[in-house]
Design a protein around this ligand. Structure first.
Ligand SMILES: [Zn+2]
Length: 215
């Protein structure tokens, strides 16, 4: 829980930017699948999927790096808004791991092999691409945030911030305070993030409980 309203607003602003970045990246990467020509024959399809992955990786890694940089800026802004001053601890920006984008090609080829039709196959590929890009960007941010929380002496721990709507598991976890070295549990498509607890600052600002929309 944040010590001040300003700190809470800092978290909210950061989360909005991060979710926008994640979604915009995922949509851009999925849109590039339009260039995959399913009439090009097996070798041609493979070539265009390889090309897709190169372009998707460039975009997603750049967005993951941006997410990590946003996260480093967020941590010091949050401390300042909490009435603390960040020490000079260097927070390493996480290197995005785009390996999830590899799953798009097998997913598409598997569906085509099943004979369920091109529309279904492309829908599967699109869903896989969206998920892969979102996760890559989201993980980069969460990794950077976890490292920053662990390294910054003024941060003693963290609480989980969910979106306004979330699953029951995340809602339960959101009620706990974790130590600064405790791991962050996340499921696919999770939109939660850490919010630091600051040394010597009372947690005065109470957030509204999320609405549970999934088990
Ligand atoms: Zn959840």
């Amino acid at each position: 829980m944040p010590p001040t309203r300003a700190a809470a607003a800092t978290t909210d602003g950061y989360r909005r930017r991060l979710i926008d970045l994640r979604d915009a990246t995922a949509l851009a990467v999925a849109a590039l699948l339009d260039d995959v020509d399913l009439d090009a024959g097996p070798a041609g399809v493979t070539r265009s999927l390889v090309r897709w992955r190169e372009r998707a990786t460039t975009i997603t890694v750049a967005a993951g790096e941006r997410a990590s940089a946003l996260t480093v800026a967020y941590l010091s802004a949050y401390l300042v808004a909490s009435g603390a001053s960040p020490t000079s601890a260097i927070v390493p920006e996480a290197t995005p791991d785009p390996s999830l984008l590899r799953t798009v090609r097998p997913a598409l080829l598997y569906r085509l092999g099943q004979g369920t039709g091109r529309t279904v196959a492309m829908r599967t590929a699109t869903a896989t691409a969206l998920r892969g890009a979102r996760e890559t960007v989201g993980r980069a941010a969460v990794t950077t945030l976890a490292d920053g929380i662990r390294l910054e002496p003024q941060i003693t721990g963290w609480q989980r911030v969910t979106s306004g709507r979330c699953c029951s598991r995340c809602a339960v976890l959101a009620g706990r305070v974790f130590r600064d070295n405790e791991g962050f549990d996340r499921h696919p498509a999770c939109r939660c993030s850490h919010e630091p607890t600051v040394l010597g600052r009372a947690e005065a600002f109470r957030r509204q409980s999320p609405t549970v929309v999934a088990p």
